[in-house]
Ligand binder design. Sequence first.
Ligand code: PGA
Length: 252
Amino acid sequence: MSRKKIVAGNWKMNTSLKEAMLLTQQILENSASTSLIEKIIFPPFTFLTEVIKTINNTPNFFVGAQNCSQYLNGAFTGEVSALMLQSINCNYVLIGHSERRNYFNETNEQFILKIKNALHNNLKVIFCFGEQLAERKQNLHYETIKLQLSEVLSHFTEIDLLNITLAYEPVWAIGTGETASPNQAQEMHAFVRKVIANLFSQKIADAIYILYGGSCNPQNAKQLFVCPDVDGGLIGGASLKANDFIAIVNSF
Ligand code: PGA
């Protein structure tokens, strides 16, 4: 089964407006050779409108938000709703990132509501999950991942799953310079497909995109992307340099 390739850049809480525009421009200008690979950038909320205008419907180029509210609308000071994101033509939203889990104590219940709101507003979702170092050391990583996936995804239908991309991001590899080996990534991605096959069907398991995230860079992307169950990457630090991001996109 051949799946398209995806490289997503999560800028996190970085860049000024000027830097965000420059980065967008540089990525756009240099990605002509990568036309068959889907690129998604996740700038901070404040720059989404400008970035979306600059991308201007370039084929295979999409823009996402790093989060959305679990609430639909109303008196929730400081929140950004899925409807707001849809209204500025945002394409994607990241849900379940380990920084949201660990620093903001977000829970599965919140992820379920957020994903529902996102899908209801025609946003595609990248749902992130991954084990902590202690869980891997105790050999609990498969069990952890199975729970993280099943407790959230069991609330969705096969049709919903067509608009959800998965991102396996072992917490010990995020921003640490330590990467999962291609073997570790492939084993986990193959396991994730099994979990999806059990929860839904083999057809969905074969079709769903599973990205790897965690210190992915131009040096290690090739070995990771060659793994049969790795459909691309969710890139943090290295997505802040246009050249590195493009080099990663060119690693397939
Ligand atoms: P990193 O971040 O590439 O800086 O490790 C990945 C992520 O958090 O998505």
